[in-house]
Design a protein around this ligand. Structure first.
Ligand SMILES: [Zn+2]
Length: 275
């Protein structure tokens, strides 16, 4: 009687966060092999990974390797008495849809496959709102307007406070002040690695989980630089607005109100705790 093998694969969970600069995210790849309908024990299985797509990135995955697809702890596994074996998958740093294949050793073509999604579920800023405009286009990456719900609401509220701040100034003071904030660089559509130079690597160690946002002011001088007077007005406003927010605990802004010279970088806490 000929032997008929079958291989099935599942990934638990089927959706996992991207690995980041600090934390590694994992899922369990579970393989089940049968021979003539019964569990096939002591059977070798060859595993493989492929990034089917990297949502948010419009540039080629070539050279991206594990950054795009992730890793398997081992490339093979051997089934136990129940016909099962298991390998740990380490999530890619980039957002990805990854196909995982399991092929029976010595039985070419007898295989199963499963898909895991590497993503952060995010909302999006509008392209503009009261007190802000979002400069959301970035080469090879579609949009960078994506953020967690608490980041989107914090950004909108800060812009509203800035608009109120400007409205309260005298006409003379308003002449030297930018009327709107300029938001840039939240996160990509599915979050994960945000490689602004399309290199599948830093810079931008942050901006991965929809918790980061860069805030500057609208307006540049003829050389393309943000005008000093406007930056100074932003500093004053940010000091008033952001510190008021922190003290009132309206928004879960962590220690991340960073002055980065020509812009501020804010970070909200992860919902439900975290750094
Ligand atoms: Zn990219």
């Amino acid at each position: 009687m000929p032997e008929t093998y079958a291989v099935s694969v599942s990934v638990v969970p089927a959706e996992v966060l991207p690995s980041g600069t600090k934390a590694v995210q994992t899922a369990s790849v579970r393989v089940h092999v049968t021979r003539n309908g019964e569990p096939a024990l002591a059977t070798g299985v060859q595993l493989g990974l492929e990034a089917v797509s990297n949502p948010g990135h419009a540039h080629a995955a070539a050279g991206g390797g594990a950054v795009c697809a992730g890793y398997l702890a081992l490339p093979v596994c051997v089934t136990d008495n129940g016909g099962n074996c298991e390998v740990t998958y380490q999530a890619a740093q980039a957002a990805a849809t990854v196909k995982i294949t399991a092929e029976l050793a010595g039985h070419a073509g007898v295989k199963g496959e499963a898909t895991v999604q590497v993503k952060v579920n995010l909302g999006s800023f509008a392209s503009s709102g009261n007190g802000y405009v979002f400069e959301g286009q970035v080469a090879n990456h579609g949009g960078n307007t994506y953020g967690a719900g608490n980041l989107v609401s914090a950004g909108a509220a800060i812009a509203q406070r800035y608009a109120d701040y400007v409205a309260d100034l005298s006409p003379e003071q308003q002449a030297g002040v930018a009327t709107r904030l300029r938001f840039t660089d939240a996160s990509l559509e599915w979050g994960g690695l945000y490689d602004i130079y399309s290199t599948w690597g830093p810079p931008h160690s942050y901006h991965r989980y929809g918790r980061d946002l860069d805030i500057a002011v609208v307006g540049r001088d003829s050389a393309g630089n943000l005008a000093g007077v406007r930056i100074e007005s932003l500093r004053i406003a940010m000091r008033e607005v952001l510190h008021a927010e922190v003290q009132s605990s309206v928004f879960p802004l962590s220690g991340g109100i960073l002055n980065e010279g020509d812009h501020y970088h804010i970070r909200v806490l992860e919902v439900g705790g975290g750094e």
